[in-house]
Design a protein. Structure first.
Length: 233
């Protein structure tokens, strides 16, 4: 991106915010303390004109488990590419680049954001003048479910290797349908009697996914540990 002519980095600094609407639901068992980056990211929604490049971001480091999402809606026909970045410039890229319209999402792993990170934001490139609308959100997975809910010692954090429809019981899809995006992680408890479904824990709920949508998690903590094969109800 460095060969492009104009780099405009808009650093939005918002202070003294409290009681903000739309913060993630919390449970009685665990209270969530959002990072300042997550709180402020919820306020980066905007509609604007992009002449060449536009970067918008919040400085600071997010907490593991926080999920940052941007939805990009083009209002003109000019091709526009967007990336979700863990800085206020063009890198490191944590989701994308992708051509709008698109929704990009990134959940901070337990190992933290990539080296070189210094914030969270989005980076937009357009070959000519274009107008777009950006909608942003930051939510968090409630921590402590492994403490407040019984987990067997054999439970392992696995990673989704494909977009996965969620089942409330083996063979019974949730309504409305919930789909977990490839790359996200969850505790895997074991297999159902048929061996076709994994029981997982997600946001303090026990749910089920097709076994072929889950694989080992190769982060610094789990290092590709094999998923449990025990039969569970």
């Amino acid at each position: 991106m460095k060969h492009l002519r104009i780099v405009v980095v808009i650093l939005i600094v918002i202070v003294a915010l409290c009681g903000m609407p739309g913060e993630p639901r919390q449970t009685a068992q665990a209270q969530v303390e959002l990072s300042q980056v997550c709180k402020l990211f919820n306020y980066l929604s905007d509609t604007f004109i992009v002449y060449d490049i536009r970067g918008v971001g919040i400085t600071g480091l997010p907490n593991p488990g926080e999920t940052f999402t941007i939805s990009v809606i083009p209002l003109t026909d000019h091709p526009t590419t967007v990336s979700l970045v863990s800085n206020i410039s063009d890198s490191p890229v944590v989701a994308g680049p992708a051509l709008a319209p698109v929704t990009l999402s990134y959940t901070v792993p337990e190992s933290g954001v990539p080296a070189g990170s210094g914030g969270m934001g989005y980076y937009i490139v357009s070959g000519s003048q274009s107008q777009i609308t950006i909608r942003t959100s930051c939510t968090v997975i409630v921590p402590g479910c492994d403490v407040t809910m019984p987990l067997p010692s054999t439970a392992v954090v696995g990673a989704f290797v494909a977009d996965a429809p969620i089942y409330w019981a083996p063979g019974k899809l949730t309504s409305p349908l919930i789909t977990m995006a490839s790359g996200k992680t969850a505790y895997v408890i074991g297999l159902d009697a048929s061996g076709e479904y994994y029981k997982i824990m997600w946001v303090c709920q026990f749910l089920w996914v097709r076994a072929n949508t889950m694989g080992p998690n190769y982060d610094a903590v789990w290092q590709g540990k094999a998923l449990p094969v025990e039969s569970v109800n």
